[in-house]
Design a protein around this ligand. Structure first.
Ligand SMILES: Nc1ncnc2c1ncn2[C@@H]1O[C@H](COP(=O)(O)OP(=O)(O)OP(=O)(O)O)[C@@H](O)[C@H]1O
Ligand SMILES: [Mg+2]
Length: 587
C-alpha cells in the first residue's frame, strides 16, 4: 500500500480530498439509520415527521453527490498515476544500457507498460478509498450498534467472526495468483512479439501449429491464474452475505422477542438492522479492495523492477531524483583536428554480460588516424562488430583505454560521444515510418538539397523517384517493404546525412550488387576526405581501398598492414583473401 501511495505524491492533495469525501460519504451512511429511528420515534409520539423525512432525503442526495465527486477525483488521480508511471518507463527504457535490453524481452516490456500500469490504477482508485470508507463505516456502525444495544451486537459479532475466519486466508492466496497472472500475460506478449518479428520464418518453416500451441499454452496459463483469482473473489462476497443474513435472522428473533416484551423500541430495532446492513457493505468492499490491491501490488512490482535498472546516461530533467543511475561525466570534445588519432584502443578487454568465461576481445590495441580509412577483416565471430560497438559505447570496455580524437572516451558525455560517430550496423536497421523519417533520423534538420545529394551518392535517387509517394513512402516494420540492398543503402545514407567525424561501417556491402558496391566505394573515398572511416569488410574491393588493414581472429588483432604486405606475411589474411574476401566483378 505504501509503495502504491508513493506514486501519488504529486496528487497528494487530491487524494487527501478524495479520502475526506469518502469519509464524509461514510458518515452520511451512518447518519441515515439514526434519522430513520427518529422518524419512528416521532411517529409513535404522534409528532410531525416532515423534518426527519426531509433529513433522510437530504442525506441520500448529499451522499450520492459526494460519491460522484469522489469517483471523478479518484479517476483523475488514477489516470495521473498511470501517466506518471508510463512517462517514467518510456524515459528510462530509452536510456537503459544495452545489456539491460538484452536481459528483458520486448513483448514483456510492452505488457508492463500497457497492462501492469493499468492494474496499478485500479488498485489505487478502488483500493485506497474503498478501504478508507469501508473501515470507517465498519467501525462507525459497530460503535453505534454498541450504543443502541450491546447484547445484540455481541450476537451479531459471533456470526460475523465465522465469516471473517473464512475470508482471512484469501488475500495471501490472491497475491500469489495475481502475480502469476501478470507474469503469464508478460510471457504471452513476449511470445507473440517473438513470432510476429519473424513471421516469415515461421511461415517458411511451417511452424504455425507449434507456435500456436506454444502461445495458446501461455494464454491458458494466464487463464488459470485469472481463474484462481476469480474463484477466490467469488467466494468472499457470498460468505460475507451469508454471515450477515445469519446474524439478521438471529437479530430479528432476539429483537422481535424484546420488542414484544417492550424492552426495546421498534425504532431501535430498525436502526440496528440498518447498521447490520451497513456492516455487510464494507466487509464486501474491503475484501474487494484487498483483491484489487493485491493485483496492483503484483503489477507495481513488475513496473518498479524496470524503474530500478540503472541508466547508461543522464536521466531526463523530470527524473533526476531516481537512484541507481551511472554518473555521467560531462565535457566538450574540443580537440584540434588532425592532432590525435581518431580512434585509439589500448589493451582493451571485453566479455559480453553473462559470458564472462569467454571474452569477446582480448588485449585489443588499434589506432585509426584522423582522416584515414582503416579496414577490419577476420572470420565470423572474430570480434569485429564488438570493436565497433565499444567505440560507439553500446558497451563499455572492461579494462584498457579507448580514446577518441585525443580524449579518453570515459570523459566524454554519451551525447558528445555519439555526436561524433556515425555507425552503420551490420543488420542495417530501418524503422517503421516513412523513408524520409529514416533518412533524417540522426539529423532531423537536414536540408532537402542535402537529402537529394546523398540519395544520388547512395544510388537511391532512381528508386525514390519510382515510388508514387517518393520520400513519404512507408517502409513497414523493420523496413520489410524494402529490398535487403535498399535497406543497407538507406542505413548508409542516414549516417552520411549525419556528417559524423568518424564513420563506422559494418559489412555494408554484403547485400549489394557490383554496381552499387562500386558506387558506394567511391562515396566512401569521398567521405574519407571529410571524416575518418573504420570499415568491417568482406569484400576485396573495400579492403584494397583502405590505407591500413587490421586482421582479427578470436578476439585478438593478429596482424596489420596493407593488402600486399598482409598477403605475403599473414597466413589467415591470405586464406581469407582467397576464400572469403569476395572479389567484385572488377576486382
Ligand atoms: N550481444 C551479445 N551477447 C553475447 N555474446 C555476443 C553478443 N554479440 C556477439 N557475441 C559473441 O561475441 C563474439 C564476437 O562477435 P562479433 O559480432 O563481434 O563477431 P564478428 O567478427 O562481427 O562476426 P561476423 O563477421 O559474423 O559479423 C561471438 O562469439 C559472438 O557469439
Ligand atoms: Mg559482425
Amino acid at each position: 500500500m505504501r509503495a502504491l501511495l508513493a506514486h501519488t505524491r504529486p496528487q497528494a492533495t487530491a487524494l487527501a480530498v478524495a479520502c475526506v469525501l469518502s469519509a464524509a460519504a461514510a458518515l452520511m451512511t451512518l447518519a441515515q439509520p439514526l434519522a430513520v429511528k427518529r422518524v419512528f420515534h416521532d411517529l409513535s409520539a404522534s409528532r410531525p415527521v416532515a423534518g426527519p423525512l426531509a433529513l433522510i432525503v437530504g442525506l441520500f442526495l448529499a451522499e450520492a453527490l459526494t460519491e460522484a465527486v469522489r469517483n471523478c477525483l479518484l479517476g483523475r488521480i488514477g489516470e495521473g498515476v498511470v501517466l506518471r508511471l508510463r512517462t517514467l518507463l518510456v524515459a528510462r527504457l530509452l536510456r537503459w544500457p544495452t545489456a539491460a535490453h538484452e536481459r528483458h524481452r520486448s513483448g514483456d516490456l510492452i505488457s508492463r507498460l500497457s497492462g501492469d500500469t493499468t492494474a496499478v490504477r485500479w488498485a489505487l482508485t478502488g483500493g485506497t478509498t474503498d478501504a478508507v470508507a469501508g473501515v470507517l463505516t465498519f467501525v462507525g456502525a459497530l460503535v453505534l450498534m454498541a450504543a443502541l444495544d450491546p447484547l445484540m451486537l455481541a450476537v451479531t459479532l459471533c456470526c460475523l467472526a465465522v465469516a471473517a475466519a473464512a475470508v482471512a486466508a484469501v488475500p495471501v492466496r490472491l497475491a500469489g495468483a495475481a502475480a502469476e497472472a501478470r507474469r503469464s500475460l508478460g510471457r504471452l506478449s513476449a511470445g507473440l512479439e517473438r513470432v510476429l518479428r519473424a513471421v516469415r520464418t515461421v511461415k517458411l518453416s511451417g511452424a504455425e501449429e507449434r507456435e500456436e500451441a506454444r502461445l495458446v499454452a501461455e494464454a491458458r496459463a494466464a487463464y488459470r491464474a485469472e481463474l484462481r483469482q476469480v474463484h477466490l473473489r467469488a467466494v468472499v462476497r457470498p460468505v460475507v452475505t451469508l454471515a450477515v443474513q445469519g446474524s439478521l435472522v438471529v437479530v430479528l428473533c432476539v429483537g422481535g422477542v424484546r420488542v414484544a416484551e417492550g424492552t426495546m423500541g421498534i425504532g431501535d430495532l430498525i436502526a440496528f438492522l440498518m447498521y447490520l446492513m451497513c456492516l455487510a457493505v464494507p466487509v464486501g468492499t474491503v475484501s474487494g479492495a484487498v483483491a484489487e490491491v493485491q493485483a496492483g501490488r503484483a503489477a507495481l512490482a513488475r513496473v518498479e523492477e524496470l524503474l530500478r535498472e540503472p541508466l547508461e546516461a543522464e536521466p531526463p530533467a523530470h527524473d533526476r531524483d531516481v537512484p541507481g543511475r551511472i554518473p555521467e561525466p560531462r565535457g566538450p570534445v574540443g580537440t584540434a583536428r588532425g592532432t590525435a588519432p581518431a580512434v585509439e584502443l589500448r589493451e582493451v578487454d571485453f566479455a559480453y554480460p553473462g559470458r564472462d568465461g569467454s571474452p569477446a576481445l582480448r588485449r585489443v590495441s588499434l589506432e585509426v588516424p584522423e582522416g584515414g580509412r582503416v579496414a577490419l577483416v577476420g572470420p565470423s565471430g572474430a570480434g569485429k562488430s564488438t570493436v565497433l560497438a565499444l567505440i560507439g559505447r553500446i558497451y563499455r570496455p572492461e579494462s584498457g583505454t579507448l580514446r577518441l580524437f585525443g580524449r579518453d572516451a570515459a570523459d566524454l558525455s554519451l551525447e558528445a560521444l555519439r555526436a561524433l560517430i556515425g555507425h552503420v550496423e551490420q543488420e542495417a536497421p530501418v524503422m517503421a515510418g516513412t523513408l524520409r523519417s529514416n533518412l533524417v533520423y540522426a539529423r532531423p534538420d537536414v536540408s532537402e538539397r542535402r537529402i537529394k545529394e546523398v540519395l544520388d551518392r547512395t544510388n537511391l535517387a532512381g528508386f525514390v523517384d519510382s515510388l508514387p509517394e517518393g520520400l513519404d513512402t512507408q517502409v513497414g516494420d523493420g523496413g520489410v517493404l524494402l529490398s535487403g540492398g535498399q535497406r543497407q543503402r538507406v542505413a548508409i545514407a542516414r549516417m552520411l546525412l549525419k556528417e559524423p567525424r568518424l564513420l563506422l561501417l559494418d559489412e555494408v556491402t554484403s547485400q549489394m550488387d557490383g554496381e552499387n558496391e562500386r558506387l558506394l566505394n567511391a562515396t566512401l573515398r569521398e567521405a574519407a576526405d571529410t571524416c575518418t572511416v573504420l570499415v568491417v569488410a568482406h569484400r576485396l574491393s573495400t579492403v584494397q581501398d583502405a590505407d591500413r588493414i587490421l586482421v582479427m581472429d578470436a578476439g585478438r588483432i593478429r596482424a596489420r598492414g596493407t593488402h600486399h604486405s598482409l598477403l605475403r606475411e599473414d597466413e589467415l589474411y591470405a586464406h581469407l583473401a582467397r576464400t572469403q574476401l569476395l572479389p567484385t566483378s572488377t576486382g
